[in-house]
Design a protein around this ligand. Structure first.
Ligand code: NI
Length: 393
């Protein structure tokens, strides 16, 4: 629509991203981060409210007639990872780092919010800005859903940094993008005894070892070889000393599945396997589950829309629609289960800067800040498109 000013300040985006990067906060502890977001929304005259302890919802109302509602989401939490980069904006908090690019997502959405707010005379309807905490632990989406933030929303859009894609490339894959993630904890109870009298005890360590092996067998013997499934045990603690039969053992692991049926099925199998295998040596097992996130499935129509809008952002923008499935999860998935929408992957790597090619969740991860402008423009452009006639197409 004529009159819409597309100018966005790269310096402002870099300033915001670096401020967030210097002061990372873990899931559900994003208090300073939330205050900083609120300060920036205040500067732009955007009303906002808290959702849960550290989530922030901003709302922009267009001044034209029209009644569309679109939600834009950025995640805001950091990770328990020690940064090893020597940059001057490195994390000031030992052992905590924005190693997943959420600082960039937050800065980009703030940039888009300022742009959209300054242009609110040129569109109608409503834009909801979701600054979501606790993506990494899978807990942050629930508060927004329970607060009804998605009520009446017609489209939702989010993006994530992608060091596997070069700057200027945007991944928009219709359908399945990320696996469902669950976490399990298995407690094995046996009976302590001196190592010289094993017949007087029940060896929880021995039972737990068999459980680890048996769980791996589920993937090769029970699941289809053409459907990706991961059953990973990442932690096993048992015993107290070298010459005793262990009374207790504790295992922790995660499952990655792509269909809801398999997600439920593997829970059942792991429950049965743990109990039955423990019983073979006279021990008992209890399994505890935590839902982390559903599979992330992009709406095909919304993906087409985002691809088209993204391609219109400039002649050098490259759109990929076949980025490989990731078995890492993202709880943007919970929003997509309620509202048609799209999660895009924003290329952040630059071959001239090797650190930008390091993987996410790596202590030496960094991103090329040129991506911030494209991220902000994409957030803004899709909202603008939806509210200025895209909805009717
Ligand atoms: Ni992330």
């Amino acid at each position: 629509m004529s009159g819409f000013n597309d100018q966005i300040s790269k310096d402002d985006l870099i300033r915001l991203r670096r401020e967030l990067h210097r002061h990372p906060e873990l899931a559900l502890q994003e208090f300073q981060t939330a205050e900083m977001i609120e300060r920036e929304l205040d500067l732009a005259g955007i009303p906002h409210s808290r959702v849960g302890a550290t989530g922030v919802l901003g709302v922009i109302f267009g001044e034209q007639s029209g009644n569309g509602v679109i939600a834009l989401r950025a995640d805001i939490d950091a990770l328990p990872i020690q940064e090893t980069n020597a940059v001057d904006y490195r994390s000031q908090t030992d052992g905590v780092m924005h190693a997943c690019g959420h600082d960039a997502h937050t800065a980009s959405l703030l940039g888009a919010a300022k742009l959209l707010s300054a242009n609110r005379a040129h569109f109608g309807g409503e834009i909801r800005l979701i600054f979501q905490p606790a993506e990494e632990t899978g807990k942050g989406a629930a508060d927004f859903l329970e607060a009804g933030v998605l009520d009446g929303v017609e489209r939702i859009f989010g993006l994530h940094s992608a060091p596997d894609l070069p700057l200027g490339t945007i991944g928009v894959t219709p359908g399945l993008n990320n696996a469902a993630v669950d976490q399990f904890r298995i407690l094995v109870h046996g009976k302590a005894a001196h190592v010289s009298t094993p017949q007087q005890g029940t060896d929880a360590l021995y039972a737990a070892s068999h459980i680890v092996v048996a769980i791996q067998g589920l993937v090769t013997r029970r699941t289809s070889p053409v459907e990706p499934v991961i059953l990973g045990v990442g932690k096993l603690h048992a015993g107290t000393t070298y010459n005793a039969v262990a009374e207790d053992a504790e295992l922790e692991g995660t499952t990655r599945t792509i269909s809801q049926e398999m997600r439920l099925q593997v829970r059942d199998w792991i429950d049965q396997t743990a109990q039955n295998v423990a019983a073979l040596s006279g021990a008992k097992a209890q399994v505890f589950w935590t839902d982390v996130t559903s599979a992330l499935i992009n709406d095909p129509q919304a993906s087409l829309e985002v691809g088209k809008v993204a391609a219109g952002l400039g002649p050098n923008i490259h759109i990929v629609t076949d980025r490989p499935l990731s078995l890492g999860g993202d709880n943007f998935a919970e929003f997509l289960r309620k509202v048609p929408g799209c999660y895009a992957y924003l290329g952040t790597s630059n071959p001239l800067r090797p650190e930008t090619q390091n993987s996410l969740h790596n202590g030496s991860f960094d991103l090329d800040e040129d991506a911030l402008v494209l991220g902000a423009r994409l957030y803004a452009a899709y909202a603008k498109w939806w509210l200025t006639g895209g909805k009717q197409q």
